[in-house]
Write a protein that binds this ligand. Structure first.
Ligand code: BG6
Ligand code: MG
Length: 222
């Protein structure tokens, strides 16, 4: 339940920027190399989860067994392709309204964080030129337990010095929403409602949220 928002914790992939399509392309390419098809519906299961766990799920779907060193090679190959795809992302690739929304809440003294499973977070934030917008970044290099474990969100709240119940998470994945719920935080789902059933509210994009906030300010003051 959303009670108030002293801190806003943003997932990165699929919330700030649509890198999800590039993760999908790279996993699909790996699956093709391994001899099976990997669909967009399959890809929903990979959103939000770590690279290692994503590979496990992919191999389960393809019915493929691989030892540790083969898995390491596959995961490295996938990441090489992924980094090639995202190398050219730029501020124009930011999802609609998200930067305006972050600037808007910062003016209202809300703290901001990124909590992402991605080990490419720093690269992506730099390409998008938005690193200074966040008070803290908790990424895949800093957490041991990937979503749906709440560790990334709890670490972000601790780093900001804000109680978990005063944090609101913005997430596009089922595993991220479960993590937010387990952390005892409010959760805004970003995307299609059908995939985000356990979020407190679902928005299609941040432009929509800005409009809702401006209506609220007009009717009720700050
Ligand atoms: C999450 C994505 O943010 O990061 C997942 O939703 C991805 O799809 C995970 O597997 C790990 O990302 P990376 O960049 O470290 O492979
Ligand atoms: Mg995501």
């Amino acid at each position: 339940m959303i009670k108030g928002m002293d801190a806003a914790i943003f997932d990165l992939d699929g919330v700030i920027v649509n890198t999800a399509k590039y993760h999908y392309l790279a996993w699909k390419r790996l699956a093709k190399q391994l001899g099976f098809d990997f669909t967009e519906a399959d890809n929903e299961k990979l959103k939000g989860v770590s690279r290692t766990r994503s590979l496990e799920i992919l191999l389960e779907i393809g019915g493929i067994e691989a030892d540790e060193s083969a898995r390491h090679a596959m995961s490295t190959q996938k990441n090489t392709w992924y980094v090639q795809y995202i190398r050219d992302i730029q501020p124009a690739d930011l999802l609609p309204g998200v930067v305006d929304y972050i600037r808007y809440i910062k003016q209202k003294s809300v703290k901001t964080a990124i909590a992402s499973a991605s080990k490419n977070t720093e690269l992506i934030l730099n390409c998008l030129q938005i690193a200074p917008l966040f008070d803290i970044v908790v990424d895949g290099t800093k957490v041991s337990n990937a979503k749906p474990d709440p560790e990334a969100f709890v670490r972000a709240a601790q780093g900001l010095g804000i109680q978990t119940e005063s944090c609101v998470v913005f997430e596009d994945s089922e595993s991220g929403i479960e993590a937010a719920n387990r952390a005892g935080m409010g959760c805004v789902g970003v995307g299609k409602p059908g995939n985000l059933l356990n979020a407190d509210i679902v928005i299609q994009n941040f432009q929509q949220l800005l409009v809702i906030n401006l209506i609220h300010v007009t009717l009720h003051g700050r």
